[in-house]
Design a protein around this ligand. Sequence first.
Ligand SMILES: [Zn+2]
Length: 144
Amino acid sequence: MTRTPPTCTRRIEFDAAHRVMQHESKCKNLHGHRYVIEATFAATGLDTLGRVIDFGIIKEVLGQWIDDNWDHATILFDKDEALGSSISSHTGQKIFYLNTNPTAENMADYLIHDICPALFDTHNVTCTRLRLYETPNCYAESSV
Ligand SMILES: [Zn+2]
């Protein structure tokens, strides 16, 4: 009987603002979240110490990308450029544009498909599942 190999998961938290364009209710307003990422990794085998990848490397690599791009940023749909320009001209803060509405689903999908493969290419691991919590009660999940 074959055994399913272990995976490992790291939590990374960050703060950001977003809004969902054309939302039927209050999420169309610019607002913030304490987002929580749970990124799960798999490898073809464990390293000589018995790890998929060191938890510290996940924090270093993915955590750095989050720090540079999403932490304390405003994350907007690129169709929302007028709002983004207005915010950055007043505050100088970074605006991160997605080519989709910045829902938890689209943000999780973007991280797992567009960001993680390049970040972890040299570490011989794959981010196979990514959860993005928008609140403690609500998360979206994307898998490869
Ligand atoms: Zn929200």
